[in-house]
Write a protein that binds this ligand. Structure first.
Ligand code: GDP
Ligand code: IMO
Ligand code: MG
Length: 423
């Protein structure tokens, strides 16, 4: 069985891009299976920092093919920008880049609908990245969407016009003040479509099927995090795809039995960008330090990320939903110098102590119950071997392994590819 998954266990931005880049040398194919340009996956190597949104994070390695799977939604305009940003490397990345014909397209009007929907919600807004993700998945499940494979048909522009006209009527329905020039947006869109059409479109489920028959290895790269999953996340403050393990099956056409390792990745603390409940959120100097030292700003939107202590109730839930087999802990270096660390091990839920994630985790229902642990002072960022890790950090790791019932196999101690410790 040749398909491994790498998934975020929190509210996204766990460091998925970095670890996919580190692991790519072990795989023949790296495949994104859901989400779209709402994702921002950061890679650092050789003094370069690079953010990817739609293109899989294996793109910098020649040994692997990078596949954008059927479960992904693609904005041609952002895709073109991503390719333009890669031009500075003076390499032909497109030969190793494949696109599923069944992936859906984000239209300019999907982005406008996202903006109109959020504006109409006022204070109750999701805090969407406004990339048109929700409206595009709505058209997919509503059976109205336009797919990459449609671009090879002669009548796709007619289909486009009909859908865009319908979207304009829907935008009017929201009755919000939204200024836009659709003709300008469409000019960019159609220009970007031509670039997209120069790439290799494939029947990706067949491609992956053959790859597995030929003993090729696949790493499926998740976007967002388990708590943003449309079914299992903190609904409605979620994204519009299945970010959890099952999403890799539907988003690539891979059978459940083909899945081998499930790598679950989490930060040594918690962050969230956008609205929605966050029981362990901090509003004090500890949270401020996490944000500052961890440089916690959204890779896609630049918004500051909310920060808080590690939430084991939520993390255990994510481990269970995904069937995680190996854990990876990121950004331990950010906690160096904290005099104490707190880990949420239970919730006080409406007066009762519980250890599972309930339906409702708003602040009025849930107060976190913490276990306090000793911090460490040492700078971890130059360490490259597990034997160098300070005692207090090892205690923290072993405590988490016991609670989460799984091994922490990678400890990341900085953003660079090389700042990765295997245990
Ligand atoms: P992703 O969306 O899961 O790929 O994560 P993002 O790229 O959005 O956010 C993770 C941020 O943390 C990026 O700026 C990374 O460069 C950075 N990062 C990743 N691992 C580490 C780490 O171990 N330590 C520190 N200090 N930064 C890290
Ligand atoms: P990566 O892959 C963090 C959040 C948004 C918002 C909610 C819905 O980089 O971890 P959407 O644009 O999907 O309608 O937004 O989900 N969100 C993310 N938060 N990391 C991401 O991706 C995210 N993608 C979406 O902030 O709260
Ligand atoms: Mg990110």
């Amino acid at each position: 069985m040749a398909v491994d998954l790498l998934l975020g266990l929190q509210w996204g931005d766990e460091g998925k891009g970095k670890i996919v880049d580190v692991l790519t040398k072990n795989y023949d194919i790296i495949a994104r299976f859901q989400g779209g340009p709402n994702a921002g996956h950061t890679l650092e190597f050789d003094g370069i920092k690079h953010v990817l949104h739609t293109i899989p994070s294996g793109i910098f390695h020649d040994n692997a093919v990078n596949l954008v799977g059927n479960g992904v939604v693609i904005d041609p305009v952002i895709f073109k920008k991503e390719l333009d940003n890669l031009a500075k490397f003076n390499r032909d990345f497109t030969k190793n880049l494949l696109i599923s014909r069944k992936a859906h397209l984000i239209l300019p009007t999907h982005r406008l609908l996202d903006a109109a929907s959020e504006a109409s919600k006022g204070k109750a807004k999701i805090g969407s990245t406004l990339k048109g993700i929700g409206p595009t998945y709505m058209d997919k499940t509503g059976r109205n969407g336009i797919r990459v494979g449609d671009l090879e048909l002669s009548n796709w522009q007619e289909k486009y016009r009909n859908l865009a006209n319908k979207h304009e009527a829907m935008i009017d329905f929201y009755d919000v003040d939204l200024q836009y020039n659709l003709a300008e947006l469409e000019a960019d869109f159609f220009e970007a479509i031509e670039v997209l059409k120069s790439l290799q479109f494939i029947d990706s489920e067949e491609y992956l099927h053959q790859a597995q028959k030929n003993n090729k290895t696949v790493l499926a790269e998740g976007a967002q995090g388990s708590l943003l999953d449309i079914d299992f996340g903190t609904y409605p403050f979620v994204t519009s795809s299945n970010t959890t393990a099952a999403g890799a099956c539907t988003g690539l056409g891979v059978a459940p039995g083909a899945i081998n390792e499930v790598f679950g990745i989490f930060k040594a603390y918690t962050t969230r960008v956008g609205s929605g409940p966050f029981p362990t959120e901090l509003f004090d100097s500890y949270g401020e330090t996490m944000g500052r030292v961890g440089n916690e700003f959204g890779a896609t939107t630049g918004r500051p990320r909310r920060c808080g202590w590690l939430d084991l109730v939520a993390l255990k839930y994510a481990v269970q939903v995904n069937g995680v087999t190996q854990l990876m802990m990121m950004k331990g270096d950010v906690l160096s110098g904290f005099d104490k660390l707190k880990v949420c091990t239970a919730y006080n839920y409406k007066g009762e102590k519980i250890t599972h994630l309930p339906y409702n985790i708003e602040a009025e229902n849930v107060t976190p119950i913490y276990t306090e642990m000793k911090g460490w002072k040492e700078d971890l960022t130059k360490m490259n071997n597990a034997s160098q890790l300070p005692k207090a950090l090892i205690n923290y790791i072993e405590f988490l392994e016991k609670e989460l019932e799984g091994p922490i196999k990678i400890v990341s101690v900085g953003p660079d590819r090389t700042q990765t410790i295997h245990r």
